[in-house]
Every structure is written in C-alpha cells, then in structure tokens.
Design a protein around this ligand. Sequence first.
Ligand SMILES: Cc1ncc(COP(=O)(O)O)c(C=O)c1O
Length: 451
Amino acid sequence: MALSTFVSRLVKEFESSRRRSRELFERAKRVLPGGVVYHIRFFEPYPVYVVRGRGTKVVDVDGYEYVDFWMGHGALMLGHLPKPLLEALEDVKSVGTHLGFPNEYAVEYAELLTKILPNVDMVRFCNSGTEANMYALRLARAYTRRKYVVKVEGGWHGGYDALHTAVSPPFKGPESAGLPEEYLSLTRSVPYNDIEALEKALKAEDVAAVVVEPVLGAAGCIAPHGNYLKELVETAHRYGTLVIFDEVITGFRLALGGAQQYFGVKADIVVLGKIVGGGVAGAGAIASRSEIMELLDHVKIPDPRKRSFHGGTFTGNPLTIIAGKKTVEYLSKNPQLYENLDQVSKVLLNELQRACEEANIECFTTGARGMIGIHFTKRRPFNAREVHELRWSNDVYRALHKYSLLRGYLYLTEKNAHLLPSAIHTIEEAKGFVETFRSFLFELKRYLSRS
Ligand SMILES: Cc1ncc(COP(=O)(O)O)c(C=O)c1O
C-alpha cells in the first residue's frame, strides 16, 4: 500500500518534468504498437524518448541528461559514439555500407576473431543475436544428427521459435502468441545452476545441443555457481551433446575472449551479438571449430540438403564488420578497459550490497564483470525462478527505476533492475549511482514503515 504511494509520487514528478516525452508517446502510440519499437523499452506511464548519446550519457527530448547503464542493450562496450566507431563511419564513406559481394573486411575480421576467441577456428557473421542462435542450433543439429535442444529457464536467446520458451514464469509453453506448441516439441528446459536437472534431460532424449548464457542475462544477471559451466560441458559431452554458449551479452564483456576465457571453459559453438557489431546494427556471429563449421561449407558439401544453411542479404556488410573489427581491436589494445570495468562492477556489486545490509532491506546484488543485477528478494537468487519467486514486491523495482531516472541514472527495466556498464564508465559514475541507491533505500524505509 505505502509502496504504491511512493511509486505514485515518483510518477507524478516524472510526468510533470517529462512533457515532451509524453507528447512523443501520444504520437508514437498511433503508429508504433505500444508507442515503442521494442516492448522492453517501455516503462510506465510512458518512456523517455532519447535524442542523443555521447560517451556514458544520453539526453532525452526534455533536455535531461542521464548516466546510461543500459548502453544500447549492452552493445555499446565503448560507450556512445566512441573513436573506433567514428573511424568506421568515416571509412565506409569510401567503401560503401553494403557491397553484397565477398570482401576483405569480413576476412580480416574473421581472422581477428579466431585469434581472440578461444577454441574457435572459423566464423560466420549473422544479422542479430536471434539469427545467430537460430543458425547455431541448426548447425548443432546438423552436426549431431539429433533433434532435441535443452535451454536454461530464463535464458533469452531472441525470438527464434525453438528457443522462445521458458523465458519468463511459469517457464513453459510458447512465450508468444502465434507460436504453435508444436514448434517447441523438441525443446526442453532446465533450471540454471542445476546439473542434476540437465543430466535428467540429456538422459531422456537424444539432445543435439544445450544452449546456455554463461552468465544469465535478462533473467537476472546471475553468475554460474562453483564449477557449473565446467560440469555442464562435461555432462553434455558425456551424452554426445554439443554446448552452445550464447555469448551475445558476455562476449567481449566478461573478457576479450568472452566467457570461455573468463571461466576457463570450452564451448562447442559460440554465439555472438551486440558488441561484435561495434555499436552498429546487424550484430551477430557464430564461431566454432572447423570440424563443426565445415558443415556450412558449400564446396565441401555441395548438396544443400546435407549442408547446414546460413546466409542473408546484409550478412558481413562492411559497416557492421568495420565497426566491429575496430571495436574489438581497440579492446584488445587497451586491456586497462577491462580492469576499469572490473573496478566499476565491483563498486556496484559490493557497495550496493553493503547499502542494503546497512539499511536492513532484503536486497541482493548478483552478476559478474559488466553485468549487475539488483534483486529485492528474501535471499540471493540462484536461478531465474528464484528471481521471481523470492521477490517481496514488484512495486519496489518500479520505484527504484523511477527514482534513479529522476536523479539522472537510466537502466532497463522497471521490472528487473539490471545494469550493463560499458568499459568507459567511471568509478565516480558507479559511486554516484550507489549514493542515489542509498538515498532511495532511506526513503523506501520510510514508506515501508507506514504500511
Ligand atoms: C543472451 C542474448 N541472446 C540473444 C539475444 C538476441 O539478440 P538480438 O536482440 O540481437 O536478436 C539477446 C538480446 O538481448 C541476448 O541478450
């Protein structure tokens, strides 16, 4: 009751100060379903419409500036409009944005990626993380000649049919209208951080692949417990199943070589998105050993029905490729950026946690380098189910989101508090958010004590 009063007060403050965003929302609703281009970008009663981004900040149509902890869904590892991206935009002026023929830029980028990503000999570029997951699964099915796939509850791999299930509670059935149950008949799901459940699923069917985000992203920024990933790989291999690491968020973020490098484990196929495109649309790739990737090779396998299909009009376009390559090169030449991201992440993870303890509020941080989850739960959640089942309020997430926004910090969403700092966020920005969070908890307690 009292918490909803807190939310109402914040919403009022929001509405009286973000008038131009409201105007845009009214217009947008008529031409864009829900007034947005992607529903997760919406928040109540309407979202802020952003006009530009520079470095770690974005500015909205009402002129308010925010420290951006969302960073283009985690794609902007070097912030908004960084030098490598500006250089790429300059380069494409003389190259073209879309050649539609084989080109040296894709060759060079693939060469670079095979040096940087552990356990990878070959790469194919895709146009999004969703698409990359789709092709990765098809490739795994072709390689193993098996049909079933196991995914992790809460795992978000984009809107591709076979993986668009068990994303949100109750973690079963299609996550979308228009997606027939039959399309999910070969998909099984298991809780994250649970090897026993995985083994049971692998025993039950002939599974082509286990698809897993090495650190759960959209489901709560939850890190693997103990040797979970290592055991997952060993267990899968024992049953002849391939492991697909969906590194759309973790790739180039946890480390230059992604989760494989960070956790010291080897996946069979790596799916990339977001950062791989250097902040430009069309970001996606699949990467693996030659023995698996050769199933895409039309020279070795001329019969299209024996080959695994991959392709697309904008695949490997120079705009995305040059931007991606310059970004990854920049990251590889500036390892101190990872050190910085580490420090920023530690400040957020540790100091937000300390603030909760000092305020005696049930709240826990989870995550890893560059991925931070804040959970108003009875204890620290271990998997996606717990993120929902252990929470003591939904309103508190809305309140924190609005409170932070009104004080100059943006992140998504108002249903789950996740921060994806870039490698150029500063310790001061992280501490600024911690201070805001502390004052939020202080006010929260006043409202809670009234209920
Ligand atoms: C782990 C993960 N996989 C796949 C996707 C889908 O990528 P895209 O939105 O580029 O299709 C996302 C997007 O947020 C993601 O976080």
